[in-house]
Design a protein. Structure first.
Length: 503
């Protein structure tokens, strides 16, 4: 029997009533059916999880997923075989047994997302202080290989699957860029009307171009991401006549798809959890999903060890860092039940930020968020994974982005924060030089080319045509890995001489 045949015969349609939604607040814990469209608990206003009464078909080991991973896609198959081949080809849906909220496989939306790689990065590891000779290993989980160029596709295919289940006709999001690109792509493919809310001057052109090209109605709101999210939530929650289905990570079904990033990391490590997972922190959907993924795998007996988690903020958007490291915010507050943290302190901090006029500002636009909507879920993930939070200035973030790029893993600026965190935690002694660490690179290099060109040339790349202008008209690049273009006369010997310059 072939591998494909073995995978095709595996049971993958969940039992009726397996999935439900549940409030994450322990003193509430109200449950709701999966067909109810909610972005918060109607009873108490807390976030919701998708939960499962794990069916008898849930795998007892990881072999099923390995068998599916070699699937080439539907090609010559038809009917049910074509559907299953397409799902097995997806790096998200071949793990569908671990997110069985759908009722039938024909409801699932996929474009082959999640075919991303866990790359061993020894050269980067050496720069960061890992001891390779004694077992230290650094891996980069490069989510830029997704169809829209970022990790968002992992979650968006799951959210669109739920949208199809509830017959949604209109979808919307607030975005710093990557969410809008992914949303617009899936909306174009599924034929749903699409609305994107972006802050004024707060989106990288590489990301904006995708939303425009895919036909999304793009609304530039006078405000930042937090203002945009507040407005789109207001429309989705309080204007039901518009029928707008919200696709931001407050949508619990989106986070189900993002769990698959952890499954692929485990697969790349032969199902042995690493010592650390490191991820940039913006709206905190990834960190929330990762904590849920490992908690469920432990519950199912598929893993024995849960890795530690590090979340990397930018200094200009360090709400989580401040909440955890300065205000002492935890999921398990002293004298309280788990999850019953000091919500009043969170509200007070947000009020202080508003009064002071503090707004997120960082070159890492993907994490330029001051009011992370998944704060409570992230606190839970930090508790589950014994996690830590660090923040970094823009110079450090961009330097580590360039370090990654120097060895062939080009990424958007926010991804540099996860690598910076790896270096910092090695210096602090929290990460041992002999540990195995996986850093998540969330987006492709081409998502924000202005930052890259600016780093290597010293030029404000809003005027990219000036890159090759006479030296002296622009600031000199000062980065440790800067690679400035060389201006040279159209003369053979001059060109050859320039080629001899050591980069």
């Amino acid at each position: 029997m072939t591998t494909a045949q073995t995978a095709d015969q595996s049971p993958t349609t969940p039992e009726a009533g397996v999935a439900y939604q549940q409030c994450i607040h322990p003193s509430c814990a109200q449950t709701y059916p999966v067909h109810r469209v909610l972005t918060a608990c109607p009873s108490c206003g807390s976030l919701l999880d998708v939960r499962y009464r794990w069916p008898a078909t849930t795998p007892t080991d990881f072999r099923l997923f390995e068998l599916r991973s070699g699937t080439r896609g539907p090609r010559e198959a038809a009917g049910t075989a074509a559907t299953r081949a397409a799902l097995d080809f997806s790096g998200v849906w071949r793990f569908r047994d671990l997110m069985p909220f759908y009722e039938d496989e024909t409801q699932i939306v996929t474009v082959g997302e999640g075919r991303t790689n866990l790359q061993r990065a020894d050269h980067v590891a050496c720069e960061l202080g890992f001891d390779l000779e004694n077992g230290g290993r650094l891996f980069l989980q490069y989510e830029g290989f997704n169809p829209s160029g970022s990790f968002k596709d992992n979650g968006m295919c799951a959210a669109f699957t739920h949208a199809r289940m509830v017959n949604a006709q209109r979808v919307a999001c607030a975005s710093t860029g990557n969410t809008s690109a992914s949303l617009a792509m899936y909306a174009a493919l599924t034929g749903l009307a699409c609305y994107v809310f972006i802050g004024e001057g707060k989106i990288a052109y590489g990301k904006l171009s995708q939303a425009l090209e895919y036909g999304a109605r793009t609304l530039q709101v006078a405000g930042d991401f937090d203002a945009c999210l507040a407005r789109v939530r207001e429309i989705a929650d309080h204007r039901p006549e518009l029928g707008v289905y919200l696709m931001n990570s407050v949508n619990p079904f989106r986070l189900e798809g993002q769990k698959s990033i952890m499954y692929r990391i485990l697969e790349g490590l032969d199902w042995e959890p690493p010592d650390w997972i490191i991820v940039p922190g913006g709206n905190l959907g990834n960190s929330s999903a990762f904590g849920k993924a490992f908690a469920e795998l432990k519950e199912l007996g598929l893993i024995k060890k849960i890795p530690r988690l590090a979340v990397a903020n930018a200094h200009g958007a360090r709400t989580l860092d401040r909440m955890v490291n300065e205000l002492g915010m935890t999921w398990r507050a002293p004298g309280r039940e788990p999850g019953d943290f000091d919500h009043a302190a969170v509200d007070a901090e947000f009020q202080r930020m508003d009064k002071a006029g503090e707004r997120a500002h960082t070159v890492a636009s993907a994490i330029e968020i001051n009011r992370p909507v998944n704060l409570s879920k992230c606190l839970r993930a930090l508790d589950t994974m014994h996690g830590v939070v660090r923040s970094f200035d823009d110079e450090t973030i961009v330097e580590h982005k360039a370090l990654v790029g120097r060895w062939g893993f080009g990424c958007e600026p926010a991804s540099g924060a996860s690598v910076a965190a790896a270096r910092q935690l090695v210096r602090e002694g929290l990460i041992a030089p002999t540990d195995t660490v996986a850093c998540v690179l969330t987006g492709h290099l081409l998502k924000d080319p202005d930052v890259t060109v600016g780093y290597h040339t010293g030029i404000d790349t809003k005027g990219v045509q000036a890159i090759m202008s006479e030296r002296g008209q622009h600031a000199e690049p000062t980065g440790a890995h800067s690679n400035r273009p060389i201006r040279v006369a159209d003369e053979l010997e001059a060109i050859i001489e320039a080629m001899r310059i050591k980069l």
